[in-house]
Design a protein around this ligand. Structure first.
Ligand SMILES: Cc1cc2nc3c(=O)[nH]c(=O)nc-3n(C[C@H](O)[C@H](O)[C@H](O)COP(=O)(O)OP(=O)(O)OC[C@H]3O[C@@H](n4cnc5c(N)ncnc54)[C@H](O)[C@@H]3O)c2cc1C
Length: 521
């Protein structure tokens, strides 16, 4: 029997963005939806490096902002970058107040240096287990907060939209579709890593929030910008375990099987170059038939276990002893800079809907994200969204003219698992580190073939289909290379494209087919 739920505020997703939003709305009745159990299936839990914030006396928000803009390919929003950097210190304090225990040295917060940061400014917890500690503290607080009702193992299917306003969401809960009405809805569903075959993201990261907002008609931004982490462990695992950036910050080198430190000839900052440059450096080596490794033997040696217990555990689980051996690495999809367009209060283009965390595109990252900026961005915007909802964002007269039978939650059909694997591999090849018109068009043709083969896809496949199409269409449009978006047919940046890309769902079905190739069946 389907039910109707009511909430003053509905928060969809329980990573750092959703949890901080829900916890900060103490004067409202909040319903918090998560796909798995509370605390599971969130990228946040796996964050190793930490949170960037200008905390030391020789650092400043101005320097943090400059570093953020320097790697962003010239299209980040400067106002947003300044705003996020300015709130770094407050956000660390917010997390401390919520119970997060960060690492200290001599009574001061311990700060690490990471790639492309001009100062040591990455606050961390339990060495490289920052995300785990954040989730421990925030989920504990949520359990203790009477204003929050948690619906676990519950999935948002589609938003309830009437006259262009969002009035909640249709959800799949305990084997049925239900309607959940809310006066304000916040999407905080994380990234899209699982549309690719090699990713560091958890299984839940199938781009649900992006697909849901797209279907509701929201404006979407910068979808072509997908960041690869250069040093995921090159082992047989889904998702791929990460060897954090901080290892290179502490002096680890990248070498190939001949022992050559190949990044020395690629960039002045060698192993501390921006992520896209490192990832392509490794990609080029792999394409030339080399194997790539992280060498921590000199820089960390026996300190590895104490300083980086999580990576040490991943290495050991795959039979690698990083104290004595090289760690095999390869790039894997890690973070989506693009997402649902939001303004500086976290509002989307649809009244009643806010977006926060990785699913949103605030403009902070532009074409490339500075390491450890995403957790900070999520906290800054969670607080701004709460402020906005409390101030005037409420829509107390939500329309209830919906029927649960109009929303379906199709489950997986026979053969679908293979279709997902096929599409994930195609995506890794064609909307990965190196793109070109032929590859992108081929991908869209294959996608159309798959959509015809699976006319009633499961909810998961439906979202993967749509996110793949959105990213491919956006990548096809940007006929230049910038930040994480590299086109081998347009290898340089063009002033004509020095702006963010904005699009709506309808545009990805009207893409030009520049090669004139027939559609695959
Ligand atoms: C391995 C790894 C290491 C990282 N290290 C760092 C780091 O050191 N510093 C840094 O700043 N960033 C790091 N990042 C990036 C950062 O962790 C993420 O960008 C950030 O945690 C995203 O937070 P979020 O709250 O937006 O999403 P998530 O933490 O991914 O949470 C998303 C939530 O939405 C839920 N959800 C998804 N779909 C639905 C649906 N349909 N219905 C209901 N719920 C749904 C999920 O179950 C989950 O609860 C790392 C990422 C990874 C994968």
């Amino acid at each position: 029997m389907e039910q109707t739920f009511d909430a003053e505020v509905l928060v969809i997703g329980a990573g750092i963005a959703g949890l901080v939003t829900a916890l900060s709305l103490t004067s409202k009745e909040v319903t918090l939806l998560c796909k798995g159990s509370l605390g599971s299936e969130a990228s946040t839990a796996w964050a190793q490096g930490g949170i960037a914030a200008a905390m030391s006396s020789d650092d400043s928000p101005g320097d943090h902002c400059r570093d953020t803009l320097a790697v962003a390919g010239g299209i980040a929003n400067e106002t947003i970058a300044a705003l996020v950097a300015k709130h770094g210190r407050d956000c660390i304090q917010t997390l401390i107040d919520l119970g997060v225990l960060f690492d200290h040295n001599d009574g001061q917060l311990s700060l690490r240096k990471e790639a492309a940061h001009s100062h040591r400014r990455v606050v961390h917890a339990n060495g490289d287990s920052t995300g785990k500690e954040i989730m421990r503290a925030l989920t504990l607080k949520v359990r203790q907060s009477p204003h929050i009702t948690v619906l676990e193992n519950s999935e948002a299917i589609d938003l309830l939209v009437s006259d262009g306003c969002v009035a909640g969401s249709a959800i799949y809960h305990e084997g049925q579709t239900h309607l959940l009405f809310a006066e304000a809805t916040v999407l905080a569903t994380g990234g899209i890593g699982q549309i690719y075959s090699a990713t560091t993201n958890p299984l839940a990261a199938t781009g649900d929030g992006l697909a849901i907002a797209a279907r509701a008609g929201a404006s979407l931004k910068d979808l072509e910008f997908v960041q690869f982490h250069p040093t995921a462990l090159d082992v047989d695992a889904i998702p791929r375990p990460l060897a954090t950036e901080a290892l290179r910050g502490e002096g680890a080198h990248l070498v190939n099987e001949t022992g050559e430190r190949f990044m020395l000839s690629e960039h002045a900052l060698a192993e501390l170059a921006p992520r896209d440059i490192l990832a392509r450096g490794i990609w080029n080596q792999i394409n030339q038939g080399h194997k790539c490794y992280l060498d921590t033997r000199q820089s960390l040696g026996h300190l590895f276990l104490e300083e980086f217990p999580t990576v040490f555990g991943h290495c050991k689980a795959h039979g690698i002893d990083p104290v004595k051996e090289l760690i095999p690495v390869a790039p894997a999809v890690h973070y989506h800079m693009g997402g649902i367009t939001t303004d500086k209060q976290g509002r989307t283009s649809l009244p009643g809907l806010w977006a926060c965390g990785e699913v949103a595109c605030t403009g902070l990252h532009g074409a490339n994200r500075l390491a450890s900026n995403s957790l900070l961005e999520a906290v800054v915007f969670a607080k701004r969204i709460v402020e906005d909802i409390l101030k005037k964002g409420f829509n107390p007269h939500v329309t209830r003219n919906f029927n649960a039978d109009d929303f379906h939650f199709p489950t997986e059909s026979v053969g679908e698992a293979e279709a997902v694997l096929e599409l994930q591999s195609l995506n890794y090849r064609h909307i990965g580190l190196c793109r070109d018109e032929g590859g992108l068009t081929t991908l869209i043709c294959h996608l159309e073939g798959l959509e015809r083969r699976y006319p009633s896809p499961s909810q998961r496949l439906k979202n993967i289909f749509l996110c793949s199409r959105l990213v491919a269409t956006s990548a096809l449009r940007r006929r230049e290379s910038r930040g994480s978006h590299y086109r081998s047919d347009y290898p340089t940046s063009s002033p004509d494209y020095a702006v963010p890309t904005t699009m709506y769902i309808g545009e990805c079905w009207s893409h030009p087919n520049p090669t004139g190739m027939p559609l695959a069946s």
